[in-house]
Design a protein around this ligand. Structure first.
Ligand SMILES: *[C@@H]1O[C@H](CO)[C@@H](O)[C@H](O)[C@H]1NC(C)=O
Ligand SMILES: *[C@@H]1O[C@H](CO)[C@@H](O)[C@H](O)[C@H]1NC(C)=O
Ligand SMILES: *[C@@H]1O[C@H](CO)[C@@H](O)[C@H](O)[C@H]1NC(C)=O
Ligand SMILES: *[C@@H]1O[C@H](CO)[C@@H](O)[C@H](O)[C@H]1NC(C)=O
Length: 857
């Protein structure tokens, strides 16, 4: 690393691009006129044949014709490209371009036109000529009750297809019209979704109607509605918990998922994972280290392929270099990466084939002979490559399908005990692919591969045992495969659990298994890919809508993403927060109430960071009334998860220290701070050490002044009669060694939980720090002396007030007007019922919990 140089590079680009943008402003006007001309030409062209027929024939036939005409017009409209000011903030160049843009707007303009998220633009831009013509045609057809036209109009208003401005009210009207016209499940789903989220203010949130429409759509076979309904029943969202119903709908989706995978080439469709937490790109909700997501079960998984995807290019470059140097492992990994694809790199089958073949050729010559004098490790890798080559031939991936060639490669791989070759050969025998059907041989091959812990082989073997009626052995193999998250394994486990075959019958467990299956088949039910693309292009609205749909379907990742996008509690000081217009955008984008709902749902699904976030929301009263006890409960829950959240421990320590939400107790506070340090020694060190200093001081003060808070126990009591300088010396002595990395921000009392610890400066001189510390401590001391005086005065005042009150009460009692209603009301404090059968009133505080799902069950 050469940090100094790297830091200078963006600066250089900023200056350069600033210069470029200034010098090019004068050309921009003419540019734009130029780029618009082709569009207009096209419109004129279509004019000549785009006039609706004037015979006034109002039958369905002419409506259909009008629809076709409109479609032809629409097809010619270029999809709206991302506005030029939205580009990715990645890499040195991207970053510098990004900041150059920010700077440019800051200096020369009032910012790009910011469109409010999830609202209907009150002043939509005029439609282009061909678009307005198409809309006119569609509206005519829709008036004639043409369902296709209605649907297209609705979609255009909802998604903004074909550059049509969004109007959520209009979209809702159209969807609703279509849903009532012919019970179209897609339209019913959309109506349900809009009722559930109240998106864009098109319609008032109404969970009961949402469930109704989703149920109708689910009966009509809409997968997204099925998942939504199942999720609502299983999490008790706006309906009583009902496991049987949840299983019914989840199973329907799982069946479709299995059908989809099995419809693929031999071995099944691959199901690429598209659901990513966008927060992960920034190190998690709380930034690197403070978030659990960068280390927890929710974490990105630790392989070259997915782990460091932000720097995947670097990894690839490095591997490429190694491969060129003749490192066969690197070469093989690259080939695998090309074959599997990863988040930031598409599958590249020809390239994969080339690489695999190179490796295989190291051992096998063209005519199938083995080369002499090849090391064992090379032979091993070559056999693995053979397995992949065979698989590609078997499935016809990147080359024409050929069972014969596939079999040749598998035979070679099997010689060296390659698991993939064994499994694939088993598949050929099982399914009569190029070889005569022979289940016994197939089982042998599967067994060999299963012993090497290859999940698909374990599943196939388990299924064969299940056919034979050997449920226990089958279960063993399914369990093994499920460890690797294999979809079909979960499906079998779900089925067996549901009917209690070989396992205890359990509806909740079956429901959980089915949910996993349903959510693994992202391809059939989600809009994650579109949402991810939109997010990367800076189109937040499309991204938000896509994630929101997934969130409603019960995807934890979707919920976390929506909440993250809507989050209000971001107090991170970044460049963007310094720029006024960016702040405005953040405020518009956020809707604390919705964010709270999705944090809640995500937390319910065991996202530890979301639990902490939920605590922050309750603490600060965002989207709800402040409730310190609930906040403490949230932090407590996050602390007890595995892995625990250091941030939650820290927050709890802070609450103990200040007696917020829980009893003030310096001893417990210290324990929590220590725990936070233990959990996350690297990132938590600085805040914890600082907090401990402050805490020790307060504890000492408490002891000295005989306060009524429990002080830290193990600490020796510092004598009172020290002079200030003596005391400071002793105080600083204790852990002076660890003070090298401090930054001044951390002294501030405002260092609240929920804020992100953004350590910008790391090379502050320790000497300066020491003097700063001394200064700060002196200040604190002075303040405390003052504070003690204040407190005494306040206590006196309180005593006086109490006396007055007592007198008043006595007077009241004498008058016989004791306030009778009060104690009763307190008793009525609702204990949350397990199931809420009734719909709470939207203004009822309970309503929030009800809409978000059961909390704390
Ligand atoms: C709903 O209607 C649209 C337009 O007619 C059609 O494309 C879509 O397939 C329909 N959906 C279902 C589930 O029938
Ligand atoms: C409109 O765009 C959305 C999202 O990109 C897409 O899912 C939908 O199919 C499109 N609808 C039409 C009618 O093109
Ligand atoms: C959106 O559609 C509604 C009717 O569906 C209409 O009243 C309203 O004016 C439209 N808004 C805009 C900005 O076009
Ligand atoms: C194989 O290796 C041995 C020793 O490393 C060497 O003597 C022999 O000539 C090699 N044979 C071939 C065919 O390269």
């Amino acid at each position: 690393m050469k940090p100094r140089l790297l830091r200078l590079v963006p600066l250089f680009f900023v200056i350069l691009s600033l210069f470029l943008s200034v010098s090019s402003t004068q050309f921009r006007g003419s540019d734009r006129a130029h780029s618009q001309r082709p569009l207009r030409d096209r419109a004129i062209q279509s004019d000549s044949w785009g006039i609706p027929d004037k015979d006034g024939g109002r039958g369905t036939r002419s409506a259909a014709l009008a629809f076709d005409e409109a479609t032809a017009l629409l097809r010619k409209i270029r999809p709206a490209s991302a506005p030029w000011w939205n580009f990715k903030k990645s890499g040195v160049l991207g970053t510098s371009a990004y900041y150059a843009k920010e700077l440019f707007f800051l200096l020369f303009m009032n910012g790009p036109p910011q469109h409010d998220l999830l609202t209907t633009d009150p002043h939509p831009k005029k439609l282009g000529h061909s678009l307005s013509q198409a809309v006119k045609l569609l509206e005519e057809a829709a008036a004639d009750k043409n369902p296709d036209a209605m649907f297209t109009l609705a979609e255009m208003n909802f998604y903004g297809n074909y550059t049509h401005p969004r109007n959520y009210s209009e979209a809702f009207r159209r969807y609703h019209e279509l849903a009532t016209l012919n019970g179209n499940a897609s339209a019913q789903y959309m109506v349900g979704f809009m009722y559930a989220t109240g998106i864009g203010g098109a319609v008032k949130q109404d969970q009961a109607r949402a469930l109704l429409y989703h149920t109708l759509a689910a009966e009509g076979g809409d997968i997204r509605s099925e998942m939504t309904v199942a999720y609502r029943y299983s999490s008790a969202i706006a309906t009583p918990r009902n496991c049987e119903d949840a299983v019914y709908y989840y199973k329907s989706v799982a069946d479709k998922a299995i059908k989809y995978t099995r419809s693929g080439p031999p071995g099944g469709h691959t199901l690429p994972r598209e659901s990513y937490r966008i927060a992960d790109e920034e190190g998690g909700i709380y930034g690197e280290g403070a978030s659990v997501s960068s280390s927890g079960p929710n974490a990105r998984h630790g392989s070259v392929v997915s782990d460091a995807y932000s720097s995947l290019d670097d990894v690839v470059e490095y591997m490429d270099l190694q491969a060129r140097k003749g490192d066969l492992r690197a070469s093989f990994n690259l080939a695998k990466l090309n074959y599997d694809g990863a988040r930031s790199s598409q599958r590249n089958l020809p390239e994969a084939k080339k690489r695999f073949l190179e490796i295989a050729r190291m051992y096998w010559t063209k005519d199938g002979k083995t080369k002499p004098n090849v090391s064992a490790s090379t032979a091993k890798l070559a056999s693995k490559a053979a397995g992949y080559l065979g698989r590609m031939f078997l499935r016809g991936e990147g080359m024409p399908q050929s069972f014969a060639i596939a079999k040749t490669w598998f035979t070679r791989g099997i010689e060296h005990g390659d698991a993939l070759s064994q499994y694939s050969m088993g598949l050929m025998y099982l399914n009569n692919l190029g070889v005569p059907k022979d289940p016994v041989k197939a089982a042998d091959f599967f067994g060999a591969a299963a012993d090497q812990d290859l999940p698909p082989a374990q599943v196939r073997l388990g299924a064969l045992f299940l056919d034979q009626g050997d449920v226990q052995t089958a279960l063993k193999y399914f369990d093994l495969a499920a460890r690797h998250g294999h979809l079909e394994a979960y499906y079998y486990l779900a089925e067996l659990t549901r009917y209690g075959v070989g396992k205890d019958k359990s509806c909740p467990v079956a429901s959980a298994y089915y949910k996993i299956v349903a959510e693994k088949a992202e391809a059939i039910s989600t809009s994650f890919p579109e949402a991810n693309d939109a997010y990367n292009d800076g189109d937040l609205e499309t991204a938000l809508v896509g994630y929101m749909m997934a969130a409603e379907q019960g995807f934890e990742v979707g919920q976390a993403n929506v909440a993250y996008l809507l989050d209000q509690a971001k107090t991170r000081v970044t460049l963007s927060s310094l720029i006024p217009f960016m702040k405005r955008k953040a405020a518009l984008a956020s809707d604390a109430f919705l964010a709270l709902i999705y944090w809640t749902r995500s937390a319910e699904q065991k996202n530890v960071d979301s639990m902490v976030k939920l605590g922050d929301y309750y603490l600060q009263g965002l989207g709800t009334s402040p409730d310190q006890e609930k906040a403490a409960a949230c932090y407590q829950a996050a602390m007890e998860e595995v892995p625990p959240s250091a941030q939650a421990m820290w927050n709890l320590g802070w609450m103990h220290e200040n007696g917020i939400g829980i009893e003030q107790d310096f001893h417990l506070a210290k324990r929590h701070y220590d725990l936070a340090l233990e959990t996350n020694p690297r990132e938590a060190y600085l805040p914890v050490v600082l907090a401990l200093y402050k805490l020790r001081f307060r504890s000492w003060w408490n002891t000295v002044t005989h306060g009524n808070v429990k002080s830290i126990q193990e600490e020796p009591v510092i004598k009172k009669d020290w002079s200030l300088s003596e005391w400071l010396a002793a105080f600083l002595e204790a852990e002076i060694a660890g003070w090298d990395n401090l930054e001044p921000d951390d002294y501030e009392e405002t260092h609240m939980p929920g804020g992100d610890d953004d350590y910008g400066y790391d090379d502050i001189d320790s000497e300066i720090l020491e003097s700063l510390v001394i200064l700060a401590l002196t200040g604190v001391l002075a303040f405390l002396v003052y504070y003690r005086g204040q407190r005494q005065r306040r206590q006196e005042e309180r005593r006086r007030q109490q006396q007055q009150q007592q007198q008043q009460q006595q007077q009241q009692q004498n008058q016989g007007q004791a306030p009778a209603g009060q104690p009763q009301q307190q008793n009525q404090q609702p204990q949350q019922p397990e199931d809420r059968g009734m719909f709470p009133h939207p203004n009822d505080p309970e309503f929030m919990n009800w809409a978000a799902g059961a909390i704390g069950h």
